[in-house]
Structure formats: C-alpha cells, structure tokens
Design a protein around this ligand. Structure first.
Ligand SMILES: [Zn+2]
Length: 131
C-alpha cells in the first residue's frame, strides 16, 4: 500500500516535471525566436537610420557647396558686368553707349547701330562662367 502510493507520487512527480519541461519548450522557444528576430530587425533599422542620416548630411553638404559656388559665380559675373558697363564709351556714329568687346584690348561695339571702333584701352576679359 505504501509502495503503491510512493509509486503514484513518483509517477505524478515525473509527469509534472515532463509537463513543466514541455511548457517551457512550448513557451520559451517561440519567445526566444521572437526575441532573436526582433533583435535583428531592430539592428537593421538602426543601421538604416544611421545610413539615412549620413546620406542626408552628405546631401546637405553638397547643396551648401553648390550654393556657395553659385553665389561666387554670380558675384564674379556681376563684377564683370559692372566693369563692362563702367568702361562703356559714347559711340562716335550714333551717340549711344558702346560697350567694350571682351578679350580685346581696346575695341568697342555699339549695340544700337552695331558700329565697332577702337577706343581707350579697357582689357575687359571674357565673362566668367555664368551662374
Ligand atoms: Zn552706335
């Protein structure tokens, strides 16, 4: 009788342990897999966010450089245009303003009557690359 009870208790104890182990496997393995997947997904997202931030920074640097280059080109072109106008002479044929012909030392051209003539030395260079 005592042996039977002891055997029953042992059987139930073993069954309980087996059930606990099965429950741990049923709950633990999917949770572990989910955690693993979550870890890799999060790591991948963090890498993508870092990559995007770096690209955005490079884009902004390129835009800034382009803007600076454009501003410099506009300034150079304005200075050239001002010099061209400041060196203008009166056209001997029609009396309107004739502008220096760039890359010539002393030639002028009248936009009104298309007359070309030699005048004071101006040495206006060709225009800088446009903005
Ligand atoms: Zn003229």
């Amino acid at each position: 009788m005592v042996v039977d009870i002891a055997q029953d208790v042992a059987v139930w104890a073993i069954a309980g342990v087996v059930l606990l182990v099965l429950a741990a496997i049923v709950v633990g393995v999917p949770a572990g897999l989910l955690g693993l997947v979550t870890f890799f997904v999060e790591r991948s997202r963090a890498k993508a966010a870092k990559r995007n931030a770096e690209r955005a920074r490079q884009d902004q640097a390129r835009k800034d450089l382009l803007r600076e280059t454009q501003v410099a080109a506009e300034t150079a072109h304005r200075a050239w245009s001002y010099r061209l106008q400041s060196m203008a002479l009166t056209c001997p044929r029609c009396g309107k303003l004739a502008v220096p012909l760039p890359a010539t030392p002393d030639r002028y051209g009248c936009p009104a009557c298309n007359h070309r003539f030699v005048g004071a030395r101006h040495d206006v260079p060709l225009p800088p690359p446009g903005p």
